[in-house]
Design a protein around this ligand. Structure first.
Ligand code: DX5
Ligand code: ZN
Length: 220
């Protein structure tokens, strides 16, 4: 499967956000991971529509919006209008997840479903056919720079096995605590879309991106 790097701008230097995003594109990253927080589903607040609109046409990268918000259906249309190509919602945040996935598709975007570390991946079973991507959170959502939770590996393996058993080749995204030193573990477990915030944006953005892409290429 295609291996994709999705640098999370949550760890970017916002004074020079545009320049830094361009560095990730030059380094080969295919996605921009855009973390939306509402101060309810997670304790913090990040950024929203105006920031998304202003980066939309900056590069040719896919905008991968991760909605850490309660009842994301309220905001889906706005985020797609502002430029999101993929909307990932949390299983724990939706009252009617099937309807929400349908809504994302009707807006013309790809739909992802995410689970927090304490949520088992079995809950995704009813949505395997319907959603385009599944996001396994490897830290408690809400902040960048946290430590990878080792229990995530088994969840990724289990989810990949669930998809393989049904003959489905769908994307498994992983998010939280991923660095150059542990990315091969999540790739080995079956993840193919790699979110990295601090590991890309702290230090040389171009070098960090290129180092990830070299590792990902070996897994193609
Ligand atoms: C956390 C966010 C992540 C975050 C990852 O709730 O969803 O996307 O930016 O940051 P790192 O890679 O530093 O753990
Ligand atoms: Zn995220």
């Amino acid at each position: 499967m295609k291996k994709i790097l999705a640098p999370s701008i949550l760890s970017a230097d916002f004074k020079i956000l545009g320049e830094q995003i361009r560095e990730t594109e030059k380094g080969g990253a295919q996605y921009i991971h855009f973390d939306i927080m509402d101060g309810m589903f997670v304790p913090s607040i990040s950024f929203g529509m105006p920031v998304l609109s202003s980066i939309k046409n900056l590069t040719g990268q896919t905008i991968d919006a991760h909605l850490m918000v309660t009842e994301p259906v309220r905001l889906m249309e706005d985020f797609v209008k502002c430029g999101a190509d993929i909307l990932t919602v949390h299983y724990e945040a939706c009252t009617d997840l099937k309807a929400d996935i349908d809504c994302i598709h009707s807006l013309g975007a790809k739909a992802g479903v995410s689970v927090k570390p304490e949520t088992p991946v079995d809950v995704l079973e009813p949505y395997l056919d319907q959603a385009d991507m599944f996001l396994v959170m490897c830290v408690v959502p809400g902040f960048g720079g946290q430590t990878f939770l080792p229990g995530s590996i088994e969840k990724i393996r289990q989810l990949r096995a669930m998809l393989d058993a049904r003959g489905m080749e769908k994307d498994i995204e992983v998010d939280g605590g991923i660095h150059h030193s542990n990315v091969t573990q999540v790739l080995d477990a079956g993840a193919n879309v790699i979110v990295a915030g601090s590991a890309v944006y702290h230090g040389s953005v171009r070098d960090n991106t290129e180092r990830f892409m070299e590792i990902l290429k070996d897994y193609e």
